[in-house]
Design a protein around this ligand. Structure first.
Ligand SMILES: Cc1cc2nc3c(=O)[nH]c(=O)nc-3n(C[C@H](O)[C@H](O)[C@H](O)COP(=O)(O)OP(=O)(O)OC[C@H]3O[C@@H](n4cnc5c(N)ncnc54)[C@H](O)[C@@H]3O)c2cc1C
Ligand code: SF4
Length: 513
């Protein structure tokens, strides 16, 4: 490690080869990447998630070396690896005799605090640089929300559209409307051909062996040694191009649709590439807009606006919420829920057809799309009164794209309403009626979608009314959902009693559903 002046640390979700650090090689700079048990062990992760992060980090390190950068890469099973950032960095700083330490702003609160501490403890100067990845700074949303009782996504999104001139015609929104959400709620029509998902053939036996040798515990499945997720910028760009060509034309219409066995439908599956920074959100939005501009006759504005809203709106908004509410967000539990997460979240073995499909594909692919996460698995956990800590741990472990800054506000705030309504004006709960409208699950289910109190009554129905009965004090004044409390109040006493008895039975044996 002769002549190293500066050590630069890259985290596993900072794989942006276009960052200014990598404009030209500098022999006095040592770029360090490390696979550490500290990161595999803070929750139990899906095997594909760990493998994808490591495979992408390895590919990134190789690419930097090819471009002439000096790279030190610590693999998870390397005997020299001390398995924690602090210990590894102390050793590298000592052995290299570097005179500076630099790192990129971590997106996770935990690592932000830790790296700040490490930097302060070094005998040499240290500096944190921006990742230059997001449209907004960490604290921008908090500033915009200052003094306001509530600052919802829609207000933030409109500001973003204006500030970045996205889908704007002068000062007005393209097409005359800010939001085409009403046109984004179609159930699948059964006719529009669903394009085959683009799957990569990344052989990762070396990564899998290293994970195994390290003793890191994982869950979920992988097909042999084949990783289907993109592990490089080149593959990420192919996925982006596949999306704009084949899926964008129907993305908005079927954004909320669910079809049994069709795991990705018209979704982009770009979240892993975005969250590891192999792709920049601006290039993703620009690619969608370019396609729309060149094919306006075939692609309606509601398709492209639906996509822009997710990336420019929700993604940036959730990041702002994370930094505004952490660390309190991690402890919020508005409803005081305490139940255990049922076992089938880890096995997929349940008679509820919707849950079996959403969980099964999560275990097979480390992926479920937004409505499966929100209105099936998240909805069920909320209705069943599961402790948000347990729900959070599952979502943070299971998905390929799960990094805490985006997972936690989505899970804890949006899906479990543990924030009591900062992000969403009402809890996202539904009975079988919504799931049946948006999917084909109920037809093949053992439970009866139309019943709420009998032996075969759909658990979502019984637990839905039980939820309103037990949280009536917290919900009756909610302008958007209080009417459901009043509907419950008006139900005949005998029907109420039967429904609550059925719900109590279900809650006693949640694992048996
Ligand atoms: C309970 C729950 C947990 C979630 N956990 C995560 C997570 O850990 N990581 C994650 O990236 N997303 C998370 N989401 C948001 C969303 O479900 C995923 O971003 C999306 O399903 C990823 O698949 P896709 O790339 O095919 O998305 P698409 O449907 O193709 O959407 C395009 C892009 O928009 C962005 N996006 C869409 N919805 C959201 C949202 N609500 N918040 C932030 N970005 C959004 C994503 O970057 C996504 O890649 C969660 C949602 C819920 C309800
Ligand atoms: S009947 Fe209930 S449990 Fe079965 S698929 Fe429909 S919503 Fe899910």
């Amino acid at each position: 490690m002769a002549n190293v002046k500066t050590v630069r640390l890259i985290l596993g979700d900072q794989l942006d080869e276009r960052h200014f650090w990598f404009q030209k090689p500098d022999d006095s700079v040592l770029v360090v990447l490390m696979e550490v048990r500290q990161e595999t062990d803070y929750v139990k992760h899906h095997l594909q998630k760990v493998a994808a992060f490591f495979a992408a980090m390895r590919a990134f390190a190789r690419r930097l070396s090819e471009k002439g950068h000096r790279v030190l890469y610590l693999k998870i099973d390397d005997p020299e690896n001390r398995q924690r950032f602090a210990e590894n960095l102390a050793k590298i700083m000592k052995e290299s005799r570097a005179q500076r330490f630099e790192y990129l702003a971590p997106d996770e609160y935990r690592l932000d605090r830790e790296l700040r501490q490490i930097a302060e403890g070094l005998a040499v100067p240290a500096r944190m640089h921006d990742t230059a990845h997001f449209y907004t700074g960490r604290d921008d949303l908090a500033k915009m929300a200052a003094g306001k009782k509530r600052f919802l996504m829609e207000s933030f999104y409109r500001k973003m559209r204006k500030a970045h001139h996205v889908l704007m015609e002068g000062n007005t929104p393209a097409g005359g409307k800010w939001n085409y959400d009403a046109e984004n709620r179609g159930a699948y029509d059964g006719k529009t051909p669903i394009p085959k998902p683009l799957l990569f053939d990344n052989r990762v036996s070396d990564v899998l062996e290293a994970i195994d040798a390290s003793g890191a515990a994982t869950f979920g499945r992988i097909e042999g040694d084949r990783l289907i997720w993109p592990v490089s910028r080149r593959q990420s760009l192919s996925l982006l191009s596949d999306f704009t060509k084949k899926r964008l034309p129907h993305f908005g219409t079927y954004q909320d649709a669910m079809v049994d066995g069709r795991w990705s439908l018209f979704h982009s599956r770009l979240s892993f590439s975005l969250n590891t920074k192999m792709l920049h959100p601006k290039e993703v939005i620009d690619a969608a807009l370019d396609t729309w501009h060149s094919q306006k006759a075939e692609i309606g504005i509601e398709q492209v606006e639906g996509f822009v809203r997710q990336v420019l709106g929700w993604r940036e908004y959730m990041r702002g919420i994370y930094w505004q509410l952490m660390p309190e967000l991690a402890r919020m539990n508005f409803f005081g829920h305490t139940a255990r997460l049922p076992d089938y979240y880890w096995t997929g073995q349940t008679n509820m057809a919707c849950m079996a499909d959403a969980i099964g594909q999560s275990l097979d692919r480390a992926y479920a799309h937004h409505i499966q996460r929100l209105m099936v698995t998240g909805n069920f956990a909320l209705l069943a009164g599961v402790d948000p800590d347990e729900v959070d741990r599952w979502y943070l472990g299971v998905y390929i794209d799960a990094v805490e800054w985006v997972e936690k506000p989505n899970t804890r705030a949006m899906s479990q309403w543990a924030d009591g309504g900062i992000v969403a004006t009402k809890p996202y709960v539904s009975s079988a009626r919504y799931i049946d409208r948006m999917s084909d699950y109920c037809g093949g289910c053992r439970y009866d979608k139309n019943d709420r109190s009998g032996d075969r009554a759909c658990p979502f129905n019984s637990l839905y009314w039980d939820f309103f009965a037990r949280h009536r004090d917290k919900l009756s004044k909610n302008p958007r959902i209080g009417m459901m409390v009043r509907t419950w109040d008006r139900m005949k006493p005998a029907e109420k009693e039967k429904t609550l008895a059925r719900a109590a039975g279900l809650k006693r044996d949640l694992d048996g559903l």
